[in-house]
Design a protein around this ligand. Structure first.
Ligand SMILES: Nc1ncnc2c1ncn2[C@@H]1O[C@H](COP(=O)(O)OP(=O)(O)OP(=O)(O)O)[C@@H](O)[C@H]1O
Ligand SMILES: Cc1cn([C@H]2C[C@H](O)[C@@H](COP(=O)(O)O)O2)c(=O)[nH]c1=O
Length: 211
């Protein structure tokens, strides 16, 4: 059975860049690695609907925190069998965003902390009701919100396919999400969390195999 690792962090933090580097490094070491990014744009109707809502479509869908959380959760529920199969066939399965994203963003939207009702609701819905596999480790790429927002803004300016969505433009939300992520990491929510600010791949690989 492979190890399930979920990489978390703010919009623009550099998760995709970090996951790519980790996968390359582990594959160079001869490990069988499988990776998946959430939301599964193009593969999941609910992921696409949620993204469209964050770009101003679908009326007041985005105003409902629970509806948005449910859309992202249904995307993951649709990938549960695929993740379980991948865990049976690989040494490491790395997810770019997972259940903790739903916990952090939606708790932050409701001004709640990590010990609040939203994090419990997401935990019950996704792990208990949908039966999603619990990660063996979480990695928090905890770059400061200003840095992540600058990176997301720069990406939007240079890549016309990645315009900023409602969450990415909301500085106060990003600051609150950052705070909930840190609380989740401090509480070791669901599994051990490894936090990094610089995304040093060599150090992370060492820590993930040691801790
Ligand atoms: N360590 C870094 N230093 C400077 N720029 C970086 C670094 N890591 C990533 N970037 C750049 O920041 C932008 C966001 O990176 P990336 O797409 O990896 O972030 P992300 O966390 O996956 O974002 P999102 O969750 O919004 O999809 C990209 O333009 C990327 O090239
Ligand atoms: C998976 C997931 C994501 N979100 C939020 C986080 C982002 O602001 C957007 C879109 O994600 P992307 O990485 O920028 O493409 O959605 C969320 O609230 N809940 C989730 O489960």
């Amino acid at each position: 059975m492979g190890q399930l690792i979920a990489v978390e962090g703010l919009d623009g933090a550099g998760k995709n860049t970090l996951v790519t580097a980790l996968v390359d490094r582990w594959r160079d070491n001869g490990l069988r690695v499988w990776t998946l990014t959430f939301p599964r744009y193009g593969a999941s109707v609910t992921a696409d609907l949620a993204a469209e809502a964050l770009h101003g479509r679908h009326g007041d869908l985005r105003d409902s925190v629970y509806a948005m959380a449910l859309m992202f959760a249904l995307d993951r529920a649709g990938a549960a069998d695929e993740i379980r199969k991948a865990l049976g066939e690989h040494d490491i399965v790395v997810l770019d965003r997972y259940v903790a994203s739903n916990a952090a963003y939606n708790a932050a939207r409701l001004d709640q902390d990590a010990d609040g009702e939203m994090v419990s609701w997401v935990t019950d819905l996704e792990f208990d009701r949908f039966g999603l596999p619990v990660p063996d480790r979480h990695v928090l790429l905890g770059v400061p919100p200003e840095v992540a927002m600058d990176r997301a803004a720069h990406r939007a300016a240079t890549d016309s396919t990645r315009p900023q969505d409602l969450y990415e433009r909301d500085r106060d939300l990003q600051v609150r999400v950052d705070s909930v992520y840190r609380q989740l990491a401090h509480a070791q929510w669901m599994s051990p969390w490894v936090a990094t600010t610089d995304g040093d791949v060599e150090e992370l690989v060492r820590r993930l195999s040691a801790e």
